[in-house]
Design a protein around this ligand. Structure first.
Ligand SMILES: CC(C)(COP(=O)(O)OP(=O)(O)OC[C@H]1O[C@@H](n2cnc3c(N)ncnc32)[C@H](O)[C@@H]1OP(=O)(O)O)[C@@H](O)C(=O)NCCC(=O)NCCS
Length: 159
């Protein structure tokens, strides 16, 4: 049986081999990764991840061979839409397919919903990943990221 945290999803989507549902005890590891992956863009805090779990959002993690988290991703489902809230892979683990595995897990969890996300306009790696999984640019949000002031594209993936 798959364990859940926060509010229980009515229908837990299948979890891909190698991925796990985020546990509260793993939040500090995600906070550490956020500070490495999103410097200057208000990396998420323990309280913010806790809020995501409290809200019942869908979060998965991946562990390396030593059991340390090297990738994570989160999705918020609201009615007919699903919003990618975060996705990150430890720098040493990037470029080996983990980001795609995590994103595909979110796509699976989104089911037949339209998906949305924001991404820095200069984040070529993430934009390339999203585009290759069917996301297209549908808008731009000026100075979306703070305190850096970087712009974001809104990208969407149709149902
Ligand atoms: C974006 C991120 C999650 C991708 O994870 P990853 O494990 O490196 O990605 P993958 O190895 O699965 O690569 C998937 C695709 O991403 C794209 N990609 C990855 N690295 C890239 C790079 N340096 N330049 C351009 N495209 C790249 C490619 O399309 C790649 O597909 P391919 O290998 O078939 O060419 C990772 O770079 C990351 O954590 N970045 C920092 C955090 C971040 O920016 N998150 C997204 C916030 S919106």
């Amino acid at each position: 049986m798959i364990s859940t945290v926060g509010k229980r999803h009515d229908r837990q989507p299948p979890i891909a081999p190698g991925l796990e549902i985020l546990d509260w005890a793993d939040i500090p590891a995600l906070v550490d990764l956020e500070e490495i992956l999103f410097p200057g863009d208000s990396p998420w805090t323990w309280q913010m991840f806790a809020g995501e779990l409290e809200a019942g959002h869908f979060y998965v993690v991946h562990r390396d061979q030593d059991g340390a988290i090297d990738g994570y991703a989160g999705l918020a489902i609201t009615g007919d839409e699903a919003e990618v809230h975060t996705i990150g892979v430890r720098p040493a683990a990037q470029g080996a397919g983990l980001g795609r595995k995590l994103l595909r897990q979110l796509i699976s969890a989104a089911g037949d919903r339209r998906m949305l996300l924001e991404v820095r306009t200069d984040n070529d790696a993430a934009i390339g990943l999203y585009a290759s999984e069917g996301f297209t640019r549908v808008g731009i949000r000026r100075r979306y990221y703070q305190p850096s002031g970087a712009d974001a594209y809104t990208m969407a993936r149709p149902k």
